[in-house]
Write a protein that binds this ligand. Sequence first.
Ligand code: UDP
Length: 245
Amino acid sequence: MTKKPLTLINKKNIRVDGRKLDELRPIKIELNIIGNANGSAYIEQGKNKILAAVYGPKEVHPRHLALPDRALLRCQYHMSPFSVKERKRPAPSRRETEISKVIRECLSPSIFGEYYPRTSIDIYIEVLEADGGTRCSGIIAASLALADAGIPLRDLVAACAAGKVEEHLVLDLNGPEDNKGTDMPIALMPTFNAVTLLQMNGILTTDEFEQALNLAVKGCEQVYTLQKEALKARYINVKEEVEEE
Ligand code: UDP
């Protein structure tokens, strides 16, 4: 007997994890969880579990890297060895180097770096568990960690992927969908309607690209609402702590 090939989307357009085509994975965000960092955030998005921590603005080491007119922004995205089914080598891979670079570049326009010349702002993103779309979840957490560190921002940066799986356009691809389909992660500063990251892994027609972009922007807007709620919750906690004292 021949086996039927496994499909990721059923006839009713429901995905393997029970989502509709245009539905985000459940997102949980918490701020201020790393006591030793200036700002931090933790995100769970579906099976993704990611921590972001921000140090700075602080003195630059090595000092010759200091910039005379703005803060030096550095970013390190790292996947822990236990974050995926097959143990990942702990040393930074080419993929992690690339993701660190694009995340730094997508967060940079949101920061008033000119307020802090000759300093550095270091962002660390640690993936504890990965199931597709970790760069987007990492961006969501890192932008909130920057806000939590009290760094003045033009806007929060939201991120979300859209793509194509088995001929369907879908939002927020999970691991199996990412492996099988076309993935297009974007980052957005919603107040300015400014896209600060756009990558694509796979092939889309021009029409599909436009539709996927619109879908991803809608996803970012939903993410943005959740980010603002998480930030508000953090300051309600601070207010309560101050009142208790
Ligand atoms: N992945 C993995 N091992 C690796 C790198 C990635 O299993 O060394 C998985 C992981 O679940 C990740 C997914 O592949 O989330 C997709 O990786 P991609 O490079 O597309 O980045 P992401 O979608 O996570 O931003």
